[in-house]
Design a binder for this molecule. Structure first.
Ligand code: GLC
Ligand code: CA
Length: 537
């Protein structure tokens, strides 16, 4: 299947559906919900890591790449899940965490025991550097037995692999071959642009480890080798690219470079970081948000790159809470945000619960949180002098747990997620925001996502058209035009909770969809709060 024409659904396995009452989502739970995903119309399903792991980073710390964590099921469950998706015409994309392993991985255990062959799988130094890791700690960790320090760009339980060692690259290729053999149809590569470390590490000064390792000098070579040697060039592949550049992403995703189908970048999800600090709150900068999309969309289109387009994943707060409205305009804003993403040039990703307008968690006590990153930062914020209430306020907006609360299936006990006690608390609003309620309502957010996905299948302009952003004269009203041959698709979105006026000339044509859905004639001059529409002419 052509990835350009596809829609990907992301499952955070721990929170999707629990089949055995232990409060933790699992592979059999995913299998049980495949008909639901089929009814949504998605083509691929990306599942976050379910491999054996001590779970310091909820599975992004992998102890064995070729087995199933008993907490999530068995290899037989995994095979049954893959087979069932295949029968329904959908394919799985598995999540390959290849920048680092868990410290429980046998390679790292051998390294710690002083085996030089395995020490060379990781990055050890006699002296640490003054680098910070992404979760707020130092990036070099001391091992007294070896009198050496190892690099971890994330938690200390996630030592970074040494990709300059060809043996490491071969090991990881074998992981791909293993899952390919099981019938997996694509791969998501975790923080892939961090794998190539600086040529002369000792020359790096103090700073964030990520900033020294992003898009490193051998990155394109490593990706191309991984993809061509495992013959996955024809599968869907997406790389998660941290702090990357447009230039690099064009190369990563242009078919001529034989690297990936597409990449994620996160520039648009930092427009509410004060001075670039995720843990300092600020209203979103809507001018920047617009300009980032305009630049990435138009340049990727012009120079043959391909974007993964998205608002939500398991690391981001819920989009309706962030750029939309949880109150009066909950429905319209969720639909507007979906409209904007799904008509862009790129492959749209829907993160579980986004399609029903799930919101942030609204936790008020630190004990309610689980994620290592926000628990570390809570401490850091308190040390910076924030009151308990202010620190909790930051977490309520920024914690990754906001998107990790269990999927809200129905208004019954525990939102239909589990018969047991959920591993993470479910927001109270599950009584009104849930799949069952939205299935019944033709005007629901869920049914709007279904319509968006079907339109992509019906009109090639959505997958293939060129893109050009239109000047609207209003910083809160975004508009773009897709074009294919003589056809035009004009999309207008009001990113504000107020009526706004704008200056867009909307050509006469067929209204494919609108966030109000009340049949009112779309107008590029006066828009209702969070109004969005797409007109084909
Ligand atoms: C990626 C994952 C995130 C994880 C990190 C380290 O950003 O999406 O959840 O913590 O990589 O593996
Ligand atoms: Ca379970």
């Amino acid at each position: 299947m052509d990835y350009k024409n596809s829609v990907v659904y992301q499952i955070y396995v721990k929170s999707f559906c629990d089949s055995n009452g232990d409060g933790i989502g699992d592979l059999n739970g995913i299998r049980a919900k495949l008909p639901y995903l089929k009814s949504l119309g998605v083509d691929y399903i990306w599942v976050t890591p379910f491999f054996p792991s001590p779970m310091f980073d909820n599975g992004y710390d992998v102890a064995d790449y070729r087995a199933v964590n008993p907490m999530f099921g068995t290899m037989a469950d995994c095979e049954a899940m893959i087979a069932e998706a295949g029968r329904l015409g959908m394919g799985f994309m598995f999540d390959m965490v290849f920048n680092h392993t868990s410290w429980d991985h046998e390679w790292f255990k051998k390294a710690l025991a002083g085996d030089p062959e395995y020490m060379d799988y990781y990055i050890f130094r006699d002296k640490p550097l003054d680098w910070t890791a992404s979760f707020g700690t130092p990036a070099w960790e001391y091992v007294p037995e070896l009198n050496k320090w190892y690099l971890h760009l994330f938690d200390k339980s996630q030592p970074d692999l040494n990709w300059d060692n060809p043996k490491v690259r071969e090991e990881l290729k074998n992981v791909i071959r293993f899952w390919k053999g099981k019938g997996v149809k694509g791969f998501r590569f975790d923080v892939l642009n961090l794998i190539s470390k600086p040529e002369r590490i000792e020359d790096c000064g103090p700073g964030s480890g990520t900033s020294y390792c992003k898009d490193g000098h051998r990155i394109h070579e490593f990706i191309r080798e991984l993809v061509t040697d495992t013959q996955i060039e024809d599968m869907v592949t997406v790389g998660e690219m941290a702090s990357t550049t447009l230039e690099n992403c064009i190369r990563y995703s242009n078919p001529e470079s034989h690297e990936l189908s597409m990449c994620f970048n996160f520039h648009h999800l930092k427009v509410d970081y004060k001075n670039g600090d995720k843990w300092a709150l600020m209203e979103p900068d809507y001018v920047r948000l617009h300009d980032i999309f305009k630049e990435w969309q138009e340049e990727m289109s012009r120079r043959g790159g391909w974007n993964a387009v998205f608002w939500c994943n398991h690391d981001q707060p819920r989009v309706v809470s962030r750029f939309g409205d949880e109150g009066q305009y909950w429905r319209q804003s969720a639909k507007m945000l979906a409209t904007f993403i799904h008509f862009l040039r790129g492959t749209p990703y829907v993160y579980q619960g986004e399609e029903i307008g799930m919101t942030n968690a609204h936790y008020t006590r630190i004990e309610q949180y689980n994620d290592v990153e926000c628990i570390n930062y809570y401490q850091i914020l308190r040390e910076r002098g924030l009151s308990e209430a202010d620190a909790l306020g930051v977490l309520a907006a920024r914690s990754r747990d906001n998107s990790r609360t269990p999927m809200q299936w129905n208004p019954q006990h525990n939102a239909g997620f589990t018969n047991g006690t959920p591993w993470l608390e479910i927001p109270d609003n599950y009584r009104s925001i849930n799949v069952e309620a939205e299935e019944r309502d033709p005007d629901s957010i869920l049914n709007y996502y279904r319509a968006l996905i079907q339109l992509r299948k019906r009109y090639p302009i959505i997958a293939e058209g060129e893109i050009r952003f239109l000047d609207t004269g209003n910083a809160r009203v975004y508009a773009y035009e897709r074009s294919l041959g003589a056809q035009r698709l004009t999309v207008v979105c009001n990113f504000s909770g107020q009526p706004e006026s704008a200056a867009v000339a909307v050509p006469a044509g067929e209204v494919l969809l609108s966030s109000y859905g009340d049949g009112a004639a779309p107008d590029g001059q006066s828009l209702r709060p969070y109004e969005a529409f797409a007109v084909l002419s």
